[in-house]
Design a protein around this ligand. Sequence first.
Ligand code: GDP
Length: 327
Amino acid sequence: MPRALVTGIDGQDGRYLAELLVAKGYETFGMIRGQNNPRGQIVRDENPAVELIEGDLQDLSSLIAVVEQVQPDEVYNLGAVSFVALSFRQPELTADITGLGVLRMLEAIRVVGGTQNNRIRFYQASSSEMFGKVRQTPQTEETPFHPRSPYGAAKVFGHYTTVNYRESYGLHATSGILFNHESPRRGLEFVTRKVSNGVARIKLGLQEKVTLGTLETARDWGFAGDYVEAMWLMLQEDEPDDYVIATGETHTIRELLELAFAAAGIDGWEKYVESDQRFMRPAEVDILTGDATKARERLGWKPRVSFSELVTMMVEADLEEEAHRAR
Ligand code: GDP
């Protein structure tokens, strides 16, 4: 049985990836931080086959112990401070976990792997936020980075550290540059879920308005369930590499709002949406569009769920969840 270790097991992607790995017959270990972390229970309830193991991306010795104990064939580093807005308020913490955390995990693999470094395959969750103020459109693996937030800057550090460990020590270290990916499991702080949840609550009479920041930005949004499959496919390749994972389609927040309100059968979304300075950021990423040609050609990967299907899926899930909660 192959063995996989996943950091960030309690996040959106960790939960989807764990399901995929268990279904593929992996012995799956999820790293979880903190003392008696309540989020562990969500993972246990959802996926009892996953074994949780304590460790922290801020603590190298804990990572060495985890890698030694698990003896993984594959390590997926999904743990991070993942919210751009929070990264502006806690930049040092973001640099430490989202940036240095990658270095610590690679060191743990290098130390435990000894001379057989490439025995353990490593996946780094890199991000389209690295492209930031985009230098070309669409963005590919060759597009220069220009991060616009402490989160983006930390992800650039993590990406180059992954490439560097591949080149310096021969580690099987791969970087997946994933564009925004969403699902009913997305945190409520991200704009897609904030909208789908807000729409559901408005429909049920539990809330009057959704308050957002800018409505002018645009993203290449895909479905997280499709994207974790790409992560797994990358690690099945003989050679480590970098891959952009995206749909190639860009939509504005206005389009998101239009589709989400329509999915709940509500006309005239403008009446229900207001904008507040509180949700604006010191610097913005205006528009992202990914080109996943390399992933399609090498890995045979392509997204299955369209943007409108994704938005409908999220609104329907929130309608059900909010109705259940209100009962
Ligand atoms: P990001 O692309 O990783 O920053 O993902 P988010 O979902 O957090 O934000 C996507 C875009 O939506 C960004 O341009 C945000 O500035 C914009 N946005 C507008 N209003 C909001 C809001 O209320 N919450 C969030 N999270 N983003 C918002």
